[in-house]
Design a protein around this ligand. Structure first.
Ligand code: 5GP
Ligand code: ZN
Length: 110
């Protein structure tokens, strides 16, 4: 938990947010400023600043983020049409929230 971190505040319910999916380790919610018809964020509850800060101990959560993203794509009906999964890393990579999150975007018109 990082006191100044928006996603940590979402994780503990301090900023009310609708979760599309949640378990003890991660949460999924819609991006507040979507860049596509479907734009979800898959976010570990543990505060990890960015991909640069991942350690050996994070193997499991990292693979779980991707496995959950796959299921969320199915639930949002974008599996077949296709989607993008990405991490922005640090300022030069477009990261503005410094708490690790995987973007899932899709749902563009064919
Ligand atoms: P980044 O650029 O750091 O990879 O992406 C951060 C994303 O978080 C942005 O797309 C932004 O719209 C989203 N975001 C920022 N604050 C909030 C918030 O309070 N709630 C939700 N649902 N999304 C947020
Ligand atoms: Zn955080």
């Amino acid at each position: 938990m990082n006191d100044d971190c928006i996603f940590c505040k979402i994780a503990i319910g301090e900023i009310p947010t609708d979760f599309l999916y949640e378990n003890e380790r991660l949460m999924v919610f819609r991006d507040i400023n979507p860049h596509a018809p479907v734009h979800l964020l898959i976010v570990p509850k543990k505060h990890i600043r960015s991909v640069n800060d991942l350690t050996e101990a994070d193997h499991e959560i990292l693979s779980e983020l991707i496995m959950v993203a796959k299921e969320m794509a199915k639930a949002e009906s974008v599996s077949e049409s296709g989607y993008r999964l990405f991490f922005n890393v640090e300022r030069g990579g477009g990261q503005v929230i410094f708490h690790l999150h995987l973007h899932l975007i899709g749902g563009w018109k064919k």
